[in-house]
Design a protein around this ligand. Structure first.
Ligand SMILES: Cc1cc2nc3c(=O)[nH]c(=O)nc-3n(C[C@H](O)[C@H](O)[C@H](O)COP(=O)(O)OP(=O)(O)OC[C@H]3O[C@@H](n4cnc5c(N)ncnc54)[C@H](O)[C@@H]3O)c2cc1C
Length: 449
């Protein structure tokens, strides 16, 4: 849709003081909240967040929603409430285009699940634009992947996987004939952090689910989980020691790991591996690779890479427009001293949001912008409820420190707490955590529907 064709929203304030953030994820929502608290509440600038969804769930929790160990309702944040409490505006809709000359973005209409239009498309003028639309799963055009695999991209997709998993267990429990070769077999494509964490979490939650009266299913005999990785080892982006520890733990849990295995086709009942091996699977999850949304490719002349990510400078400004910034997974940001750009991680989005909030204040005051430098704090991979492996990085540690077990698990939980703190402040985080701890004691530890 062209920007000229859509209804223009009234825009009263002066141009430079209107900051528009597109995408309320790990980076964008933290930024909108910080700016709203600092500038919006005091009437120093108008902050508008545009997101295609109505609620936010921190993306690293999606594998827990898929496995059924997390009730997303308890963790979702309503954009309308967050905006009201923190001094910014929220508009629902999907950004579809950009007109740099007019300094406007195009937002498509919002249609509900029954096909009814909720809001018409509109254009919104910006003084400063921050694009934070994240990334999507990259299936590299693999035959049948889009139709037959589930992508863990949104809470809805993660919940859909969980429903299918519960149905598969109930179906197997009810049938009198022997199980088919693909039944109760989950194939996870991609041995990165998401795939590895999902494999461990599924092992635990399927056993808990079956314990709720599905007596005809024997988890040790009937449930099979396979993790498929094209590279020579799982967790290719992390140090080898972490991969070795994670592989050993998955092996103990009975998860079958296929390395050096290229998936060439995903079919309704399984996946085809490069060497013509067919792996029967009732449920297939695609968790390999990311790319930024397609509309960023050639967005009114902004520079992008082959993954559609917008190229930014160290100031986080896009390379061809000083008033348009990009943060999080949708940005390719240089990482001086490293061959690769900053990795697409929640910790990078969190650090960028912090920096951007100060950067915008500098821009409004007309003082020079500062470069942002990624601080790699290490990586942690959660392996079920009580364990995790990873490394912590820092000057105080003298480089990298390998950690595992319950300490690593607590550090892993800290990542989410930092996100919550940035959004809610200490008092609400403490109260919410206590409330969840209490309800957890009175409810099943796994979602049964
Ligand atoms: C299952 C899973 C597990 C992960 N685990 C970890 C982990 O343990 N540690 C870690 O560091 N990272 C992890 N990651 C990566 C991490 O989630 C991302 O790096 C991080 O969420 C990126 O933040 P973001 O703000 O760029 O994008 P996102 O958090 O993805 O947010 C993007 C937002 O933009 C909105 N949006 C998208 N397109 C449009 C549009 N056109 N118009 C309007 N709104 C739009 C979306 O609705 C969303 O709200 C994980 C990712 C997944 C999928």
């Amino acid at each position: 849709m062209g920007i000229q064709e859509i209804r223009k929203m009234p825009d009263k304030s002066d141009r430079l003081a209107h900051i528009v953030i597109v995408g309320g994820g790990a980076g964008g929502l933290e930024l909108a909240t910080r700016l709203g608290n600092r500038l919006g509440r005091r009437g120093k600038a108008r902050i508008t967040l545009v997101d295609r969804s109505r609620t936010h769930l921190w993306k690293p929790l999606l594998h827990e929603v898929a496995a059924g160990s997390m009730d997303q309702d308890l963790h979702e944040i309503d954009y309308m409430a967050q905006a009201h409490w923190h001094g910014f505006n929220y508009r629902i809709g999907e950004m579809t285009g950009l007109d740099r000359k007019r300094r406007q973005i195009a937002v498509g209409p919002h249609i509900d699940e029954d096909g009814e239009q909720v809001t018409a498309g509109f254009a919104i003028s910006y003084g400063i634009l921050v694009i934070a639309v994240g990334s999507q799963t990259n299936d590299f055009g693999t035959q049948g992947a889009a139709e037959n695999a589930i992508f863990l991209e949104t809470p809805d997709e993660a919940a859909r996987f969980h429903r299918k998993l519960v149905n598969a267990c109930i179906r197997a429990n009810a049938q009198t004939e022997p199980l088919q070769p693909d039944q109760l077999h989950v194939a996870i494509i991609g041995g990165g952090a998401t795939g590895t964490e999902l494999a461990a979490e599924l092992h635990r939650t399927t056993r808990q689910l079956i314990a709720f009266g599905l007596d005809h299913v024997d988890p040790e005999r009937d449930i099979r989980i396979s993790l498929i990785e094209a590279g020579p080892r799982i967790l290719p982006a992390l140090p080898e020691r972490i991969a070795t520890a994670a592989s050993a733990l998955l092996h103990e849990l009975g998860v079958k790991i296929y390395t050096g295995a290229q998936v060439t086709k995903v079919m309704p009942g399984g996946v085809c591996l490069g060497n013509d091996l067919i792996l029967p699977a009732e449920l297939v999850v695609w968790a390999a690779g990311i790319r930024a949304p397609k509309f960023l490719k050639d967005l009114d002349g902004l520079e992008s890479n082959q993954l559609n990510q917008l190229k930014v400078r160290l100031t986080l400004q896009t390379t061809r427009d000083d008033d348009i910034f990009a943060i999080g997974d949708c940005a390719e940001c240089p990482w001086p001293g490293h061959a690769r750009p900053v990795p697409p991680r929640a910790q990078a989005a969190h650090q960028q949001a912090r920096h951007m909030s100060k950067q915008i204040v500098r821009r409004l005051r007309g003082v020079p912008l500062k470069d942002w430098h990624y601080k790699d704090r290490g990586s942690l991979v959660a392996l079920g409820e009580y364990s995790a492996v990873g490394n912590l990085m820092g000057r105080l540690l003298g480089g990298s420190l390998f950690i595992e077990g319950i300490v690593a698990r607590l550090m892993y939980n800290m990542l989410y707490k930092l996100h919550e703190l940035a959004l809610h402040g200490l008092a609400k985080v403490v109260l919410d955590t206590l409330a969840r701890l209490i309800t957890r004691r009175t409810e099943p530890q796994v979602k049964l529907h």
